[in-house]
Design a protein around this ligand. Structure first.
Ligand SMILES: Cc1ncc(COP(=O)(O)O)c(C=O)c1O
Length: 352
């Protein structure tokens, strides 16, 4: 198995730093034969529609390859929210904190409302409280139109299908549609040991991102839409935003390989297993986790002297603030990487 370890460096900064899965690279090479119709008129893009429909048990599912997770989220949401609407999401969610207002841009001024919720998740109460502080029908206020989940959350916790359903049921009382930022969807599926449909179609999502880039793809994410109205809008919105690639066959080939024979979930299992081992080791060495990691992300409380020394030993991660660091594993993180990272941490903590 390829490793992230390179010249003594161990990669725990982000799953975006990982390479491309060999199966995905091989699929790109295989698609590089002869010519093919542009803008999704090729046979790979046609096959991708069938593969996605099958994977998510939805014959009418439509898939829109786009260049990034941000594009997938903001374009999907823009198709679901009117310009006077609001997207309800957790206050730590990527769409709210890290996408520079992309949803508001593509949504014609639609706003996002970041809501509190334990374990970095929305709860039915989060939505009820948001409703209670909304003047419905009052043109002076944005009107809640969509609830958006991030699963796994940006802090590595995972909603169960029942948790998603409970929130969606409350949101549906006011006619909100449901969206999921699936930047790490495969990690959530692997963590829950569930089918792809269990946390998508079965809970009533209208649209979600597939999230392939962090987990072995090279250069594509995709929006999956299960809602005909959203799909119709996305046909035009993706083009207007410059996300209909002329050589879409290479995106589609990546995504077919990603979804074939469960590769996406296998890769995510590797990332999750590496994180479970890393988290076990970190806590065994006496450090505290901000939340129990259920996928491939963990935040760890550690004093600055120790994290600086650990970083100096060649273990790469992000420091979030003076007392917290973020560790992320990927499909490429090997058991040896984890053992070596922990050995270096133990050395640092003992030398303090
Ligand atoms: C939870 C989540 N959603 C969306 C994104 C956006 O993906 P991209 O960087 O491809 O735009 C990221 C990227 O780190 C993410 O962590």
């Amino acid at each position: 198995m390829p490793s992230t370890a390179h010249e003594g460096l161990i990669e725990l900064r982000s799953d975006n730093c990982a390479g491309v899965a060999p199966q995905v690279l091989a699929a790109i090479t295989a698609a590089n034969e002869g010519s093919a119709l542009a803008y999704g008129g090729d046979r790979w893009s046609e096959e991708l529609r069938e593969v996605v429909a099958e994977a998510f048990g939805s014959p009418d599912a439509q898939v829109f390859p786009v260049a990034s997770g941000t594009a997938a989220n903001s374009l999907a949401l823009s198709a679901m929210v009117p310009p006077w609407g609001s997207v309800l999401c957790h206050q730590t969610s990527h769409i709210y904190v890290n996408e520079c207002g992309a949803t508001s841009l593509f949504g014609g001024g639609a706003v996002m409302r970041g809501l509190p919720g334990d374990d970095f998740k929305l709860s039915p109460q989060s939505i009820r409280d948001a409703f209670a502080t909304t003047n419905f029908g009052d043109p002076h206020h944005s009107q809640p139109s969509v609830v958006s989940f991030t699963c796994p959350t940006d802090f590595g916790t995972v909603y169960t299908a029942a948790e998603l359903q409970a929130v969606i049921d409350v949101a549906a009382e006011r006619g909100l549609k449901a969206h999921l930022d699936g930047a790490r969807l495969a990690n959530a599926i692997a963590s829950l040991h569930c089918s792809p449909t269990a946390i998508t179609r079965d809970v009533g999502l209208a649209a979600f991102s597939l999230g392939a880039i962090k987990n072995g793809a090279m250069s594509t994410d995709a929006i999956v839409s299960l809602d005909p109205d959203t799909s119709e809008q996305l046909l035009y919105r993706t083009k207007r935003a410059g996300h209909v690639a002329s050589k879409m066959r290479f995106q589609s080939a990546q995504l077919i390989a990603y979804l074939t024979d469960g590769l996406w979930v296998k890769l995510a299992k590797q990332a999750n297993a590496a994180m479970a081992e890393l988290a076990r080791g970190v806590t065994a060495l006496g450090l505290e986790l901000v939340a129990e990691p259920q996928a491939n992300i963990a935040f760890v409380r550690i004093d600055e002297v120790a994290w600086r020394a650990w970083a100096a030993s060649g273990v790469q991660f992000y420091d979030i603030d003076a007392g917290t660091i973020r560790l992320v594993t990927s499909w490429q993180t090997t058991p040896d990487d984890v053992t070596e990272a922990l050995t270096r941490l133990e050395r640092v903590l003992t030398a303090r």
